[in-house]
Design a protein around this ligand. Structure first.
Ligand code: SAM
Length: 486
């Protein structure tokens, strides 16, 4: 088999990137983007490696029975919802498989049972936060989702000279694998309808005024990101414009027109970021209107708890599933009033506060100063007195606090996608906590870390519980419960 050859193959499963996997008669595996299990396709071999091939779709001879018509007009180009064309049952099956594969292939664990994945009641409009990027590098969409072959060719052949790439004023979501290129989002099913209407308004407002867009080529330009945060259980909506400087007059004019058009917005913030890295976080935030935060509510089975969320604070992006995730965590831990819990990577204190009434005490540790401030405010807001929070890097905290087991019997870990630093895994592998509950939005790094934590024979995996926090995307959240072998 050679590069350029066209072959027929049936797609049998998906890899962790959501790309189709086919098996050829001579044992080769072929990865083909934009295909689904059950598709019979003609594919052109683009790359030949030692033991696998990469192909692109020429056409689908017989579509998979799991295929459905995608809802969004940007599907196929936008990096937001890769699985809008796969029925939800199959999405859930894929996500459970990813968890199992990660723990067997990366973690080297065997005889594992993965609990039934907890699916989401809403598969559209479920996000409480969306981050849109300003860019002059906008993909012009001409080819529609029905023509998979063309989309694939287009995506792989985008180059700086491509005539489909024109300089224009855009605000939207990234195209996968092309960092500065965006889809000019006119509709989006991840957040509520008001969200993309705000996006369309903001784009027009600044376009009319010819404002410059920040570019990483020269590190100049005014407009960087737009973040919309919307509470599910209150009516709060925050519009946070991230720019590289503060232009008082303009931003006030912006706020006035925005509020005239969207009376439901409860606060407007202008975050300033002069950092070179394209990360949607401000160094500081000017509150232009309202109180500069939103309030979200979670029910922990005892009562409604309020959470204050500032522009930079982390909060789980799917409020409804977040309640399910945390409740499941409580169930798995079989928590009681004698338990003392160390909540590492506690963010604005969501898990700590959620579980506090079920346990003796909670201690939360987190890197970001703003998040710790929010966590302390959130504890007060809910009249909770058995919690303490400190700001620290987790590695430093664990290195400078030995024998934590004397004060805590349970550890909760909820790190970012990159997972735990190897030093943290090593330290944990030598501890004797009764239980460790590791929550992760990336089963690959989770499995890698759990392998090290269990390597000294002090812990074993008791439960794996996937939760679908991100319907229509390839992402899955997973809870791994470890128990001490002592
Ligand atoms: C996935 S969030 C979890 C937040 C919280 N558990 C929740 O559910 O809302 C991860 C958190 O880890 C924090 N973080 C990242 N690196 C850290 C580090 N090295 N030390 C401490 N916290 C860190 C981030 O600021 C973020 O708040």
């Amino acid at each position: 088999m050679q590069k350029g050859e066209i072959i027929e193959v049936e797609i049998i499963s998906l890899n962790s990137e959501g790309d189709g996997i086919g098996k050829l008669q001579d044992g080769y595996v072929i990865f083909v983007k934009n295909t689904l299990p059950g598709d019979k396709i003609r594919t052109k071999i683009q790359k030949k490696k030692r033991n696998y091939l990469i192909g692109s779709v020429i056409d689908i001879i017989e579509p998979s029975k799991s295929r459905i018509k995608p809802t969004c007009k940007h599907f196929g180009i936008c990096g937001g919802c890769k699985f809008q064309n796969l029925n939800y049952e199959s999405q859930l099956k894929f996500k459970s498989q990813i968890v199992l594969d990660s723990f067997t292939k990366i973690g080297n664990f065997s005889n594992l049972n993965v609990n039934n994945i907890l699916g989401s009641d809403n598969i559209y409009h479920y996000r409480n936060k969306m981050e849109f990027t300003f860019s002059d590098d906008v993909w012009i969409e001409e080819n529609k989702i029905s023509n998979l072959a063309t989309i694939n060719e287009e995506l792989t052949s985008i180059s700086d000279n491509n005539e489909k790439r024109k300089k224009m004023f855009g605000l939207g979501l990234h195209i996968p694998n092309f960092h500065s290129k965006i889809v000019d989002v006119k509709e989006c099913y991840l957040q509520s309808e008001i969200s993309y209407k705000i996006v369309n308004f903001v784009r027009e407002f600044f376009k009319k005024r010819n404002k410059s867009i920040y570019t990483i080529k020269t590190h100049t330009g005014y407009l960087r990101f737009l973040i919309i945060r919307q509470s599910f259980n209150t009516k709060d909506i925050m519009v946070n414009l991230i720019t590289n400087e503060y232009e008082k007059e303009l931003i006030n004019e912006f706020k006035d027109e925005l509020l005239e058009n969207f009376t439901d917005i409860t606060t407007v913030v202008n975050s300033i970021s002069t950092k070179k890295a394209q990360v949607a976080l401000g160094e500081y935030a000017e509150t232009i209107w309202g109180n500069g935060h939103i309030i979200e509510i979670l029910n922990n089975g005892i009562r409604n708890l309020k959470f204050r969320i500032s522009p930079n604070s982390f909060f789980q992006t799917n409020t409804k599933q977040c309640e399910k995730l945390f409740k499941e965590g409580l169930n798995l831990l079989d928590i009681n009033q004698n338990d003392s819990v160390l909540d590492l990577y506690c963010g604005a204190g969501a898990i700590s506060i959620f579980i506090s009434e079920y346990v003796k005490k909670v201690f939360g540790v987190e890197l970001l100063e703003d998040a710790i401030k929010d966590a302390k405010t959130n504890a007060k807001l809910n009249n909770i007195n058995n919690i303490d929070f400190i700001q620290s890097d987790i590695k430093d905290f664990l290195k400078s606090n030995e024998n934590l087991e004397q004060n805590f019997n349970i550890v909760i870990l909820d790190p970012p996608r990159s997972g735990l630093h190897p030093d943290i895994c090593k330290i944990l592998s030598e501890t004797n906590f009764e239980k460790i509950l590791y929550i992760s939005c990336n089963p690959s790094t989770q499995a890698r870390d759990v392998k090290i934590i269990c390597s000294k024979g002090k812990y074993k995996i008791l439960k794996l519980q996937p939760v679908d926090m991100f319907p229509n995307t390839i992402h899955v959240e997973n809870i791994c419960l470890l128990s001490s072998l002592n």
